[in-house]
Design a protein around this ligand. Sequence first.
Ligand code: SF4
Length: 374
Amino acid sequence: MLEMYKEWFDARHEYAKEWKEKSGGKVMGYFCTYAPEEIMYAAGILPVRILGSHEPQDVTEPHIFAMFCPFCRDCLAQGLKGRYDYLDGIMISQSCLHIRQAFTSWKMHIPTQYSYYLPMPMKVQSPRALPYLRAELENFKKSLEEWTGNKITDDDLRNGIELMNENRRLMHQVYEMRKKDNPPITGLDSMYMVVSSQMTHKQEHSRITRDVINELGKKENGRKTGERLMIIGSEDDDSKFIQMCESVGATFVIDDHCTGSRYFWNEVEPNGDPLTAIAKRYIERPPCPSKDWEERRRIPHILQLAADWKVKGAVLIQQKFCDPHELDTPAIRKALEGKGIKTLFLELDVTVPIGQFRTRVEALLEMLQEEDLF
Ligand code: SF4
């Protein structure tokens, strides 16, 4: 069953096209995990995350400065190359400047029937953030109603909430299993699980995840865990990189990524008005650094994850030129090192120099192995 996640990951476009053909529904590409998928599901739309392909490209140069992060350029490249030509719409929930530029360029240069910019508050800690976001979600809902011609009722929203919550709950259960001394699932397969949930219908993904949980509960893991690592950063769906790190004597047991735990960590508490409940969930979710101020809440959350999952070392990855994560990295390293957790910082591009990075990961693991001897 676990293999299904990788199949979906690899065949993401085929999946969405087939879904569209079978259901006759619309597919919406979204750019940031602050996108309220609950409302899209309530409207009968399949939300799919727009991600890059980790291949060198030369099509974004006229549209985005080369000093914008490689991730946002890679995402736009997919659109310019026509790989997402089945999308009926695109949307973004306000995020960092880089990915906003990818959205704007997409809107200007790639013909798409519908586009929506959702002004998600950056200062989520403000007391005004909740009513503000609730009002913006209402506007988004109205816009979807006009586009699809279908009314979205409170019951539809509640169904969307339950669909998302169930999927979050199941992925949480899988993450809980990674606390074991010998986790039954690798960091690579966990990444495939989370990223594929961003590309497939949640109902189908949850069905498979229930089976995976059963399978993992019974499975004897013949693999050596090695050093317990955490991976921290923006998004990382670079399978070659993760595979390399786990092939030299380590396992990623937990992460703080938007292609990982940050995506699904907290649920919507389905009380009262559904739009307020959805807004509250996105305001309170583990923050992206672009929204983590004035109080820095991300660091205590990371330290807690590291403690609960018995992490010994952490790999901090940053997409080149990513300002939000670059600002957070020194403080996170200091906090982790203060708890005796060794850290390694790596800067990622569209493609990564695997050989060079292997040497650096091995150096981290050697330090951790030396500690084990004393
Ligand atoms: S948060 Fe960083 S990696 Fe993510 S889109 Fe923005 S600049 Fe790029």
